[in-house]
Design a protein around this ligand. Structure first.
Ligand code: URA
Length: 276
C-alpha cells in the first residue's frame, strides 16, 4: 500500500514538472518511452567480391545519391516568392515541411480581418486558443487588443484592420520562438505584407519589431516611433512599434504607453501625423 502511495506521489510530481516546463496538452494517448533502447540499424549487406581473374562484369556504379534539399530558409523564400495571392501563400505555408512546429500545432493561424484595410498588425506567434480556432489574437491578449483598437475606431469585425503573426504555427507550450524559427518564417511574413499591401504596419511586441526592423534594441526603445519595413514591390512601409497586449495584461501600468502609441496611429491615419 505504501508502495502505491509513493508511486502515485512520484507520478504526480512528474506531471507537475511537465506542466512547469510548458506541456499544456497530450499529443498521443500513450506517452513515447524515450528511455527504451532504439532498434539497431541493420548493417549494410556485404558486397561479394568478384572471383579473381574471372571476366565477371565489374561492379556496377552506385546510383547517384539524390541531390540534397536546399536549406529550409532557401526553400521558404522560394515557396513564398511563388505565391501569387494570399490564398496561394496560405497553401504554401501549409505545404512547407521545413519546420517541426507544423507537426505539433493543431491549426495553421494565417491571418484575420480585412487585408484591404490598409493597416496590418503583426504579432509574435499563436497561443493555445488561436491554435484551437485557427485565428490570430482571439485569446485573452487578443481580446484586450480588440478593445484597445476599438477605442480608436478600429474594429476587426468592421474590416478596420488585418492581423497576422511572425510564426503561423503555435510553438509547443507557448514557448518564445527561437531565432531560427523567426528567420525561417520571415520570407513568408514579408511576402504576406507584399500581397496585403498595407499603407501602415503595427508591430506588436519585441519579436515582431526586432524581426522586421532587424533591430537589436528591445521594444521599450523601439516603441512609440515610426520606423520603416522594406518590402519588395512596396518600398519602405511605415511601421509603428508598440507593446504586446500579453505584456500589457501582465503590466497594466504600461497600458498608458500603448495608449499613446495608438493615438499616434490614429493621428497618422487621420493625416495629422507626417511620421506614418
Ligand atoms: N500572441 C500573439 O503574438 N499572437 C497571437 O495570435 C496570440 C497571442
Amino acid at each position: 500500500m505504501a508502495g502505491m502511495e509513493a508511486e502515485r506521489a512520484s507520478l504526480l510530481a512528474a506531471l507537475a514538472l511537465q506542466l512547469d516546463w510548458g506541456a499544456t496538452e497530450a499529443l498521443a494517448l500513450t506517452p513515447p518511452d524515450r528511455s527504451a533502447p532504439r532498434p539497431a540499424t541493420p548493417a549494410p549487406a556485404p558486397v561479394a567480391a568478384p572471383p579473381r581473374g574471372s571476366d565477371a562484369a565489374p561492379p556496377r556504379a552506385r546510383p547517384p545519391a539524390p541531390a540534397a534539399l536546399p536549406p529550409a530558409t532557401g526553400r521558404a523564400a522560394e515557396a513564398a516568392a511563388a505565391a501569387a495571392d494570399l490564398a496561394a501563400l496560405r497553401a504554401a505555408i501549409i505545404a512547407f515541411d521545413g519546420s517541426a512546429l507544423r507537426e505539433t500545432a493543431t491549426n495553421l493561424v494565417f491571418a484575420d480581418g480585412a487585408p484591404d484595410s490598409g493597416l496590418m498588425l503583426i504579432g509574435e506567434a499563436p497561443g493555445a486558443e488561436e491554435d484551437r480556432l485557427g485565428r490570430p489574437f482571439v485569446g485573452p491578449s487578443g481580446q484586450l487588443l480588440d478593445r484597445m483598437l476599438a477605442s480608436v475606431g478600429l474594429r476587426r469585425e468592421e474590416g478596420g484592420f488585418y492581423i497576422a503573426n511572425i510564426l503561423p504555427w503555435r510553438p509547443p507550450g507557448n514557448r518564445t520562438p527561437t531565432d531560427g524559427e523567426i528567420a525561417l518564417f520571415l520570407p513568408f511574413v514579408l511576402r504576406h505584407i507584399a500581397l496585403a499591401r498595407p499603407r501602415r504596419i503595427v508591430l506588436l511586441g519585441g519579436t515582431a519589431a526586432k524581426a522586421l526592423l532587424r533591430a537589436k534594441d528591445g521594444i521599450t526603445r523601439l516603441r512609440g516611433r515610426w520606423h520603416g519595413v522594406a518590402v519588395e514591390g512596396l518600398g519602405e512601409v511605415p511601421a509603428l512599434a508598440t507593446l504586446h497586449p500579453a505584456f500589457l495584461l501582465r503590466n497594466p501600468a504600461a497600458k498608458r504607453d500603448a495608449w499613446a502609441d495608438l493615438l499616434m496611429l490614429r493621428r497618422s491615419m487621420d493625416g495629422e501625423d507626417p511620421g506614418g
